[in-house]
Design a binder for this molecule. Sequence first.
Ligand code: ZN
Length: 287
Amino acid sequence: MVKIYLDPGHGGTDPGATANGLKEKDLTLKIAKKVQDYLKDYKDVSVKMSRTTDTTIELVKRTIDANNWGADYFVSIHINAGGGSGYEDFIYNGNVSSATISYQNVMHGEIRKATPYFKNRGKKRANFHVLRESKMPGFLSESGFIDNKADANRLKQSSVIDQIAQGHVNGLVRVFGLKKNTPVKTVASGSTYTVKRGDTLSAIAKKYGTTVDKLVKDNNIKNPNLIRVGQKLKVSGSAVKYYTVKSGDNLSKIAKKHGISLDKIKKLNPSIKNYNLIRPGQKIRVK
Ligand SMILES: [Zn+2]
């Protein structure tokens, strides 16, 4: 499990840079939330955010939080200001691991590719708190200048926020070799099933997410214990559907998402022993 610590810069009483009707703290939160959201499509990755709302959090709390969590990567998201334009990123200017340097190379390349309209100010190093005090490799991006008219106009477009986020995600995917979740699988419904040797109605019902009663009714079966090999059965039951758990999911969230009750999801998944312990990548039957 790869642990990514996302740090949307500033927040609460600290707006960061402000200009052109924009506040840095709002942009960084939007971008970080998008990154978190996009990463839900990948397996074996877990994300923790220094903040998920507009709250004041001291820098020292952010690095302690990431260090205690044992993050694999500290990614701090900022927007620049001060009379320039374009994109740049930073790692610590003291001793850093070779991973820190190679990660920056990848992140820089991917973010540049996703946002080619920003002038490239390069890969840089600086003595920033979050980079110095985080025990894991750290990276800080500055996507555009809030006090530059052209950059600010870009930052006002949601498509640009998406692209900045996507660039960060593409970098993280490459750095950690993240793989996509397998999509939800659906067994075709409304089909015909040919009974095979050893089949029982309950096994067939289970396979198609229907019930023995429904099979009996749909197929006019006189004796449920007497089905013969080669017999054709209508299996127009509800299709079986599986959901792949993403990081941050819990069973009630998954139930809600699929419009079913928590009890129903528990019934559909009798093999789950501890309902509070589900892991990303796990397949949960939702239909
Ligand atoms: Zn900042």
